[in-house]
Design a binder for this molecule. Structure first.
Ligand code: GCW
Length: 703
């Protein structure tokens, strides 16, 4: 006999009025919530979870029992009959009856439903619900990538040290560990993130030693009730490093046997281990090419070991080498010959753009090229190139721009999103990755508003259709205040912030004009040990003009795009102007659509970015009454810094380019505040992991 409605539990929101009024109490919010630690649970004042204890179902039940404020009862039903299409994680919430009924095929589906209900409640969304709300995640594997090193530093992390305290993790008594790990897992579950790669893609092989694996197992146990699976980055040379084998050649029998045994050992400890993330033959990491083998040889060897256990390999396509005349072309050149050779449980993890997480890039053409290979998108949540944790830059618009980009692979509608969701060609596995911005800072992400990027990543991975505005507004309501006079202006500020950053850092398709390896601040003049690490490789500013010619007369990168994009990008008259210097090298006096010269347009776009950043300070000042004093002051200081940085960026970039253009600042531009010679000497140690705080630019003034 089939068991139906395995559990059907009804909760009465008993005694919750007291709690509700407590969470609405401004005093409570100021004292408890103002360091930002409560994330988007601020409006609920959610209690810290126990490190271990409750099951998934119990967590869902508790969410409702403790935090559901309405007197309408909520039923949570497991294994309801109608739920077949919900899959293993989806849920349905029926608002039509007297009771609200949430059903799912699994406990984790009910857990997600409970967070959906609380989100609706906290964002005034319940009134609009009267029928059935069905929700199924777009991507099966919604993964965070931590670039956390075993020594506690975080590569491109701007929120303190790693959350993982490897020295302290107690593998023998899991419940004795800090409950920060359960808090982290809960935050992820609440936005639908179901996987986490714990260590940096520049991987230390030691993560696969028994000592570390036992600690990974402890974390996996804490995460499990929240539906969060653990993955690891592997070092391809691990057999050499850890077992003293002479080689790590993926076709060597001993190497294969070593990986098989290692994978079996991991699954014995962590039966639901998700799989491996691999950066191979990229930026000095070892890989199969060290042994004359291909990416496919390497990925498939690991994939075969994982296959019996249901694990996957996420093999990165982030490859480039110093000799390539156009780095943007290399992923396609290196991976397309391998299309069709990858095992079924391999996904190729591709950064949103073809270079490297720049403020604006076109989508990576590799998404539209693969015909027989599963691709997944990697976005960067940490703001490596977008002002670190000093700038308020809400990234959802940037990510959505990539997912919504049409590759035209199979005619219109073959967007990056549709392809990677497996809607264009059938995929066995679908996934998406986001490089985490979480550290051990009290507020998790360094900037209070950087939390919105963690939140938005999860919401997008679940439902890529949600708009930037909706996600921003719901985050604001849960994190700060439901007051319309707060949410409206600040929501608009958030949605505008990415474009503002593009404008004040590198507009019109400029890219990689950063100072030094910190990737913070302007340095179009900067030199390096490799040409492709120098800004001039990308901007090519000279007396004859500026921009990278990627047309058919130049590097030919446009040919990696399908028609009509190829012609659109190739033709300077049709190329979107927000990418024009990505694809074209143009004279300084080139006529833009506005009728202005390229030079004037460039200067005025920078100015517009400065004005936007400046206006953010005013907007924030105008909502002071709705924000607790601590978070208000924290954000204000950072917004002022951001607005000054915007001027710094403009001063440096435009004065540097002026040496070539010989043209003056057009009307409408503020005069430079600092001279180029001084800015060229200017260094700030922003990549200071011990103290990644604001270092002011005292010379800059806000008007
Ligand atoms: O964006 C670049 C970063 C490196 C990073 C690399 C990668 C983890 O500057 O710090 O290394 O990309 O994505 O592998």
């Amino acid at each position: 006999m089939r068991i139906k409605n395995l559990t059907s539990i009804t909760f009465v929101a008993a005694g919750l009025l007291a709690l509700a009024s407590c969470s609405n109490n401004n005093n409570t919010r100021t004292t408890i919530g103002d360091d930002g630690h409560l994330l988007w649970f601020n409006s609920l004042q959610m209690e810290a979870p126990a490190t271990l204890g409750p099951t998934t179902l119990q967590i869902a039940q508790e969410n409702i029992a403790k935090y559901w404020k309405s007197d309408r009862k909520v039923d949570l039903k497991l294994n309801s009959e109608a739920a077949a299409e919900l899959g293993t994680e989806g849920f349905e919430i029926d608002f039509s009856g007297a009771n609200i009924c949430a059903s799912a095929n699994s406990e984790v589906g009910l857990l997600y439903a409970s967070y959906e209900l609380l989100r609706l409640q906290e964002t005034d969304g319940l009134a609009a619900q009267n029928g059935k709300l069905t929700s199924v995640p777009a991507f099966e594997r919604r993964v965070l990538n931590h670039w956390d090193n075993l020594d506690g530093t975080v590569e491109r992390g701007f929120a303190g040290h790693s959350l993982w305290k490897w020295d302290e993790i107690n593998a023998n008594d899991v419940a004795a560990n800090s409950n920060i790990y359960a808090e982290y897992a809960r935050a992820n579950a609440s936005v639908g993130i179901n996987g986490t790669v714990l260590n940096n893609v520049n991987a230390n092989a030691d993560i696969l030693t028994e000592d570390y694996l036992l600690k990974v197992k402890a974390l996996a146990e804490i995460f499990r009730p929240y539906g969060l699976k653990v993955y690891l980055s592997l070092n391809f040379a691990a057999p050499k490093h850890l077992a003293n084998l002479e080689t790590s050649d993926p076709l060597d029998n001993e190497v294969v046997a070593w990986w098989n045994a290692k994978v079996a050992e991991i699954y014995k400890l962590i039966p639901d281990f998700g799989g491996f993330l691999v950066k191979a033959n990229s930026e000095g990491q070892s890989g199969p090419q060290d042994y004359g083998r291909t990416h496919a040889d390497g990925a498939n060897m690991i994939a075969k070991a994982l296959e019996p256990f249901g694990g996957i390999v996420m093999w990165r396509a982030f490859v480039y080498d110093a000799k390539s005349p156009d780095r943007a072309k290399q992923a396609v050149e290196e991976f397309m010959p391998l299309d069709g050779q990858f095992a079924e449980n391999v996904l190729i993890q591709i950064k949103n753009g073809p270079v490297d997480f720049q403020p604006r890039e076109p989508f990576s053409p590799l998404f539209g090229q693969f015909e027989k290979t599963q691709a997944m998108v990697e976005v960067q949540i940490t703001q490596e190139y977008l002002g670190h944790s000093n700038h308020l830059v809400y990234l959802h618009p940037m990510w959505k721009e990539c997912l919504d980009s049409d590759t035209y692979e199979r005619g219109e509608g073959s967007t990056v999103g549709a392809i990677t969701e497996g809607k264009v060609m059938p995929y066995k596995y679908t996934a998406i990755a986001g490089v985490s911005n979480v550290g051990n800072d009290r507020n998790w992400c360094g900037h209070h508003f950087a939390q919105a990027n963690w939140y938005a990543y999860g919401r997008m991975a679940w439902n890529p259709e949600l708009s930037s505005e909706q996600i921003a507004n719901e985050w604001l309501m849960q994190t700060f205040s439901k007051e319309k006079k707060f949410v409206e202006p600040v929501g608009k500020l958030m949605v505008a912030s990415r474009e503002a950053c593009v404008k004040y850092e590198m507009p019109l398709g400029l890219h990689h004009t950063f100072k030094g390896p910190d990737h913070y601040g302007p340095g179009p003049w900067d030199r390096s040990i490799r040409p492709d690490w120098e800004p001039a490789y990308y901007h090519k500013a000279a007396a004859d003009g500026v921009g990278f010619d990627r047309t058919m007369n130049g590097s030919g990168a446009v040919a990696q795009y399908h028609e009509p994009l190829q012609s659109l990008y190739n033709n300077v008259a049709t190329c979107p102007e927000n990418l024009i210097l990505w694809f074209h090298h143009l004279p300084w006096d080139y006529k833009m659509k506005s009728g202005r010269t390229l030079w004037d347009e460039l200067c005025l776009t920078f100015q517009s970015g400065i004005n936007d950043a400046r206006s953010f300070v005013d907007i924030w000042n105008s909502v002071e009454q709705y924000v607790d004093h601590q978070r208000f002051a924290d954000v204000k200081a950072k917004l002022e810094r951001q607005a000054k940085d915007a001027i710094w960026w403009r001063d440096a970039t435009i004065q540097y380019f002026q040496q070539f253009s010989g043209m003056a600042l057009p009307e409408g531009c503020q005069p430079f505040q600092q001279k180029l010679e001084k800015l060229m000497k200017y260094r700030i140690g922003i990549t200071n992991y011990e103290n990644p705080k604001i270092e002011t630019l005292p010379e800059y003034k806000l008007e």
